[in-house]
Write a protein that binds this ligand. Sequence first.
Ligand code: KG4
Ligand code: ZN
Length: 333
Amino acid sequence: MSITILAIESSCDDTSAAVVKDAKILANLIAGQKVHELWGGVVPELASRAHQQNIVPVVDLAIKQSGILKEEISAVAFTRGPGLIGSLLVGVSFAKAFALALNVPLIEVNHMQAHILAHFIDNKPAFPFLCLTVSGGHTQIVLVKNFLQMEVVGETLDDAAGEAFDKSAKMLGLPYPGGPLIDKYAKQGQADKFIFPEPQIAELDFSFSGFKTSVLYFLQKETRKNPAFIQENLNDLCAGIQKNIIDILLKKVEKAANQYGVTDIALAGGVSANSELRKRFEELGQKNNWKAHIPKFEYCTDNAAMIAIAAHYKYLAGEFAAQDTEPLARYHL
Ligand code: KG4
Ligand code: ZN
């Protein structure tokens, strides 16, 4: 018998719906929210309102595009957390109502687990593998034992890597989200012109708040001497900041992979769209004879296809959710 999952992702500022049949993506639609650009970051209240407007048309179009009939849906999956509570509520409430109307089970999915399981859309890392999950809200090294058993072995003590990109970009006067822009300008810059102190954090954990402060102080000092400093050095600054963030991340991945003796390493989350990180992750694998898995661009940032694929494995394991399942702003793996 076929397993057809309709999945909804609404944890932050993208409303997404996907249809997956027997682990194959039939549709994966994402409605972004332009409204936040004006504010230099995601405004939670505006995000929930935009989800409210987008969710019905996005789900409707995903079902139409997939070519399935509603009656074929085996289960409705949703992101339970972590994320913005108001945003999550829209997706969770919609999923519950839809499952009730279709008389099919519900499946709740952890957003971070889904970022990792996005690898199984068109790839098959060998268990156990290590995954570096880097997004706007999280930075984790996860030991993935099987589809549903995962252990966080290292994480950030303060800011996430995506925040380090976005906040540095803001200091450079770039709009939100700045990560992709740093990536773009860094391509024309020299990475060794500006070097920032590397945080000394124990074990496999990370810290980016000190890094952010050192970028801030450095920029303040230089612009006092030359008000056009940022403008004149934008490409090199972007390349330097990017290199520093990547150095911090990859040093810990290498340490973790050696410590756990894995042969497969994987990259996940929004920051894995970064071209330099992708390149250096690949090189790290080659250097150590590890298989490096990098997701396709469309599955790096938030999307419902990853929620659907995670739900597919939960369906196989018989892990269903009750109608009174609540969203969780914080939801550990
Ligand atoms: O996973 P994601 O879409 O949402 C969260 O769950 O947070 O990740 C968003 C983050 C943002 O911080 C964004 O700036 C970053 O991913 N990002 C990038 C790039 N594309 C997205 N950071 C650096 N380089 C990129 N190309
Ligand atoms: Zn995410």
